[in-house]
Ligand binder design. Structure first.
Ligand code: NCD
Ligand code: ZN
Length: 348
């Protein structure tokens, strides 16, 4: 049995770093394990122009731990009013790595999101022409659609027609949670990829109701049935270059989660690689782990692979019940559980 896993330094293709008092800690947690990260723009108010993205990037860079070379890859939040020229200029200047579609009111801080995908067709036209990645929160928001069906209905009502109209658009189906989404991505062209979170590989929807309501297992898109979790594990460990690591680490302080109306989001940055390694080991697919964590994402985005390596050791480690974050406390993913891996740092 291998007791050390050494892989090329990975990136996280989906993170929420927030802002203000939380930023130094969120950046430190992600930068500890990952060289680069796609930073989601759902602040309040959202980061929806290149100038706002540039200012947010400067705050993130200023918040990095001393000596850190962590690179935030920045994303513009699409609204009904997004200007294609601003997007194209931001991409050309290197400020923007991608744009993100939040269907209006789909998730945390998405009230300013797109009300109808046709409203951003001029932006998508331009993004397709310049090869700019289009990142998608893939859920419909119609309250009449059952919450567990919203991803599958989105594929049918929004993603399929959009990709038919823009067949060369580089699109990332973010944090997929269903067999339907995994199958859709496999069947699509090489221009369509997907991120998969560690928590959707580890839990099904029963975890949200195990012996009582479990706010720390609640995120969006919500975890689905076991059949979907198994399909995601198969996709992630298949070796297909369409699937890559994106934790969707989404911190909400303990009082915002443990509430009569608890926020959606799971904070998994502190033990992200350990969680993924657990899944790949259980699937006897550790030989596919490095490509998922460190190669498929950069190849999809057209970025160089990182140099350097990270080391994981196969030792038992207890995840703390709580961690300090900003001026508060947070309950991390797998809190109180013992995991079988320990991240032991970056090496040459
Ligand atoms: C994210 C957040 O809190 O920003 N929450 C979540 O449950 N994943 C938003 C998102 O990615 O949908
Ligand atoms: Zn997210």
């Amino acid at each position: 049995m291998t007791d050390r896993l050494i892989i090329r330094r990975p990136d996280d293709w989906h993170v929420h770093l927030r802002d203000g008092a939380l930023l130094a800690d969120t950046v430190a947690h992600t930068a500890r394990q990952f060289a680069r990260a796609i930073v989601m723009p759902n602040l309040s108010p959202p980061v929806s122009t290149t100038a706002e993205v540039e200012a947010y990037r400067a705050r993130i860079i200023a918040a990095r731990p001393a000596g850190s070379d962590f690179t935030p890859l920045m994303v513009l939040y699409l609204t009904d009013a997004t200007d294609p020229d601003d997007v194209a200029a931001g991409f050309a200047s290197g400020v923007l790595a991608a744009c993100k579609l939040y269907p209006a009111n789909a998730t945390t801080n998405s009230a300013h999101g797109v009300t109808d995908v046709r409203n951003i067709y001029p932006v998508l036209e331009r993004m397709q022409a310049i090869g700019m990645p289009f990142l998608v929160h893939g859920e419909v928001t119609d309250p009449a659609v059952d919450i567990f069906d919203r991803e599958a209905v989105f594929i049918e009502q929004v993603l399929t027609p959009t990709l038919r109209d823009f067949p060369a658009l580089k699109a990332v189906f973010e944090h997929i949670t269903t067999r339907d989404a995994a199958e859709f991505v496999v069947a699509a062209g090489a221009n369509v990829g997907a991120t998969i979170t560690p928590h959707h590989l580890m839990i099904n929807r029963n975890a949200i109701f195990a012996g009582g309501i479990r706010p720390h297992a609640y995120c969006l898109p919500v975890a689905k049935r076991e059949v979907h979790r198994l399909a995601l594990r198969k996709a992630a460990t298949s070796g297909s270059e369409k699937f890559f690591l994106g934790t969707d680490t989404a911190p909400h302080l303990v009082q915002a989660k443990e509430s009569a109306c608890g926020c959606a989001g799971i904070f998994n940055a502190p033990h992200a690689l350990e969680a993924y390694a657990t899944v790949f080991a259980e699937e006897n697919a550790l030989d596919k782990f490095e490509a998922f964590a460190s190669e498929h994402g950069p190849n999809f985005y057209g970025l160089p692979l990182n140099s350097g390596r990270v080391v994981l050791e196969r030792v038992r480690e207890l995840v703390p019940e709580r961690l300090p974050l900003g001026d508060g406390e947070i309950v991390p993913w797998l809190a109180g559980e013992t995991i079988g891996w320990r991240f032991s740092g970056v090496t040459d």
